[in-house]
Ligand binder design. Structure first.
Ligand code: NAD
Length: 491
């Protein structure tokens, strides 16, 4: 099926380096496939080290002029980019849905979410205050000045192809940094379209450069950036093993790192919770993007006293979810990103069953004439889940809710924290003292209290422990692209 866009020129097939659209230097190509059908529908460059180096050459050369520009001018560029993103929301949503599989309504939501970060950092660009430090003598002036860190390499995952790149490029530009970027191999088209709009917004030569690469060559591109001392920061969103690899390999040039890595979010329903609100919150947190989000609940703990009532209501909602292609406006759960993802989900469900969990809803792949592709998995609820099962230890990254019964607050908080990860955690309770106690005790970068949808451009998003460090969004999101210079001035 062809991809119809109001602006066909947003479908790009080349890298963007030094303000020019270029093929990869060695001519290799990467096929982009539609996860609904598992069929290729577009091609982009499969770039290598030489393309990566050319991108850094351009970003490095563009640095001095870009950082010297008045913050208000950088802010204007971002504002213009934001307006163009929103003016092309429908086309961008179609690109996201086609290459990533999320329902079109969610695609539109993601575009607005991505744009919200661009707008936020357009506003923050003019508020990068430093400090004047009280001086011991009238002759001496002591200043702490904020400066951009320099060339930033941005590496993004496939699950939010617009939002992940926008919330890296926007703060980098606001801070006065220049950028080299590589989107995920499954979803390069949305980022290329965003860069096309950034070019239209008036991006100066070399300030942002983007290269695409296959999974096989991602390491070649990124290794080039890791080794290059001109690249001063890596901002990465993706899996924990790749994040740790970047931390190790960037040590040689001591780059700054922002790492937004995997999660294993607990979702606790206490006996005093508003059960309807808890079901609503879980549906919102768990099933967005078919469960393929880093903050989606991966373990659900429900108090014994409300367990059966909660599970009954949850199952009714989950069974009613409509699985189908993004092109069908009725679809609520799209295909998973690829065959590897579906295999993992299936393995988790089968492992749980083999260890004593029961499937209340779903439990299998879905394939029929309305959903002919191989990548659909039925929204699933498992009960009698325990901590030995793979679905509670690893990120399932799919539409599976594993439910565990608990009786004691201290024990359930210990279970919630019993993971190397610490990105998001959620709980539902109406007891103010418990709300304070449990939010303090949860080891997590983000805590949702009676709230399932928690992301916002104005809040610091990020994790602790194996979920990484650094924050995106909010004031902190800009700080990660700035460094202090202490200026000691005697006159
Ligand atoms: P991934 O780590 O496989 O890939 C992420 C990026 O790293 C891609 O661009 C990929 O090409 C690149 N990459 C892969 N191998 C590399 C290597 N050896 N060297 C350099 N780069 C390499 O992750 P994914 O499967 O695309 O994304 C899913 C993961 O991302 C999940 O774990 C999810 O939790 C996490 N995630 C985290 C957040 C967050 O904000 N914390 C947000 C979204 C996704």
């Amino acid at each position: 099926m062809s991809l119809t866009l109001n602006r066909p020129d947003l479908l790009r097939a080349q890298n963007f380096i030094d303000a020019r659209w270029r093929d990869g230097l060695d001519g290799r190509v990467l096929a982009v496939s539609d996860p609904a059908l598992d069929l290729d529908f577009a091609r982009v460059p499969d770039s290598g080290a030489a393309d990566a180096r050319a991108a850094v050459d351009a970003a490095f050369a563009a640095g001095p002029a870009w950082r010297a520009l008045a913050p208000r001018e950088r802010s204007r560029l971002l504002r213009h980019w934001h307006d163009l993103i929103m003016a092309n929301q429908e086309d961008l949503a179609r690109l996201i849905s086609r290459e990533q599989g999320k329902p079109l309504a969610e695609g539109r939501g993601e575009v607005a979410y991505a744009a919200s970060y661009v707008e936020w950092f357009a506003e923050e660009a003019v508020r990068m205050h430093g400090d004047q430090i009280p001086s011991p003598s009238p002759r001496r002036r002591m200043l702490a000045v904020k400066e951009p860190v320099g060339v930033v390499a941005a590496i993004t995952p496939w699950n939010f192809p617009a939002a992940m790149i926008a919330r890296k490029i926007a703060p980098a530009l606001a801070a006065g940094c220049t950028v080299v970027a590589k989107p995920a191999e499954d979803t390069p088209l949305t980022s290329l379209a965003l860069i096309k709009l950034l070019e239209e917004a008036g991006l100066p030569h070399g300030v942002v450069n983007l290269v695409t690469a296959s999974r096989g060559r991602a390491a070649e591109v990124v290794d080039e950036w890791l080794a290059d001392p001109r690249v001063r920061k890596i901002t990465f969103t993706g899996s924990t093993p790749v994040g740790k690899h970047l931390a190790r390999e960037s040590a040689g040039t001591l780059k700054r790192l922002s790492l937004e890595l995997g999660g294993n979010a607990p979702f606790i329903v206490f006996e005093d919770a508003d059960l309807d609100a808890a079901v609503e919150g879980l549906m919102a947190a768990k099933f967005r993007n078919g469960g393929q989000t880093c903050v989606c609940p991966n373990r659900v703990y429900v108090h014994d006293r409300v367990h059966d009532a909660f599970v009954g209501r949850l199952c009714a909602r989950v069974a009613a979810l409509r699985v189908g292609p993004a092109s069908d406006p009725a679809s609520q759960i799209g295909p998973m990103i690829n065959g590897r993802a579906v295999d993992k989900i299936e393995r988790h469900v089968q492992d749980a069953q083999a260890r004593g969990a029961r499937v209340m809803v779903g439990g299998d792949r879905v394939r029929d004439e309305d959903r002919p592709g191989p990548n659909y998995f039925a929204p699933t609820v498992l009960v009698d889940v325990d901590g030995t099962m793979a679905c509670t230890v690893e990120e399932t990254f799919g539409p599976v809710v594993p439910v565990t019964r608990f009786r004691d607050e201290t024990a359930v908080v210990a279970l919630a924290n019993d993971t190397p990860f610490g990105l998001a955690a959620y709980f539902y309770s109406r007891d103010p003292a418990r709300i304070r106690r449990v939010s303090d005790a949860l080891e997590s970068g983000i805590v949702g209290v009676n709230a399932g949808a928690i992301a916002s451009e104005s809040a610091p998003f990020g994790g602790i422990k194996d979920s990484g460090y650094g924050r995106e969004g909010s004031r902190q999101g800009l700080e990660d692209y700035l460094q202090f210079k202490y200026v000691c001035e005697d006159v």
